[in-house]
Design a protein around this ligand. Structure first.
Ligand SMILES: *Cc1c(COP(=O)(O)O)cnc(C)c1O
Length: 224
């Protein structure tokens, strides 16, 4: 078994029933993905459109690709019909565009709404209150070819465990509040939170989908 395969096997064994793993393969080559695939991993996360499109061409077709990066509106079209999920819907404008392009392409796109709770200025996403308003106003009902499956969020980038835990709790609470506001939402069941450094905490706080990159594939080389 390769090191990547050992990590995948370990993670599969550690994650409780009902928590799925997205292996975040951004910046890593197709060969690394194939190794993880051969250890049974089927969901992979990518964050750059060009890189993603190159990889899907050379890898098995039963991989479920999650797009997890900030998506520029001019690139939405290129993703249509190619993702199992776009986890990073961070604006109303992006959501509308995904819906429009999905209709044009004749596909339904599954998405998560990205919620911003971390204390950093640079992170994308809706503030919890904005997201609650979106559902209060039942704006999801106007979508024709987009299925909102849940929410995605990131905790603050800090070693302070209590801070991180509080962020995860806020993400989970936002999810619970949305379900109270719109109990008739269908298939709204995913809480995507937790990365290499904090996934065990995220699972404790109710994550159903963890996105782990570095702990599987090693450090990313951003010069590539
Ligand atoms: C890169 C990335 C991850 C994976 O981060 P690691 O620390 O390498 O596990 C998870 N989620 C998002 C949104 C990312 O962009």
């Amino acid at each position: 078994m390769t090191q990547i395969q050992e990590k995948i096997t370990e993670l599969h064994a550690s994650l409780p029933e009902g928590v799925e793993l997205v292996a975040v393969s951004k910046f890593h080559p197709a060969e690394a993905i194939k190794e993880a695939y051969d250890a049974g991993q089927r969901i992979f996360g990518e964050s750059r459109v060009q890189e993603f499109l190159q990889k899907i061409d050379v890898l098995p077709s039963d991989i479920r690709w999650h797009f997890i990066g900030h998506l520029q509106t001019n690139k939405v079209k290129m993703l249509m019909g190619k993702t199992a999920m776009i986890e990073s819907v961070d604006s109303d404008r992006l959501l509308r565009l995904i819906d429009m392009e999905s209709q044009k392409a004749g596909v339904t796109t599954r998405v998560l709404m990205q919620v911003h709770v971390a204390k950093e200025e640079t992170k994308f996403g809706f503030y919890p209150e904005e997201l609650l308003d979106f559902f209060r106003n039942r704006e999801f009902e106007t979508l024709k070819a987009t299925h909102i499956c849940g929410i995605m969020g990131m905790a603050s980038n800090t070693d302070n465990k209590e801070r991180v835990r509080a962020d995860f709790r806020e993400i989970r609470n936002t999810f619970v509040e949305i379900l109270k506001i719109a109990p008739d939402l269908r298939g709204f069941e995913t809480v995507s939170m937790g990365m290499s450094g904090d996934w065990p905490l995220a699972v404790e706080e109710g994550s159903t989908l963890v996105r782990v990159g570095t702990a599987i594939f090693g450090a990313r080389d951003y010069s590539k």
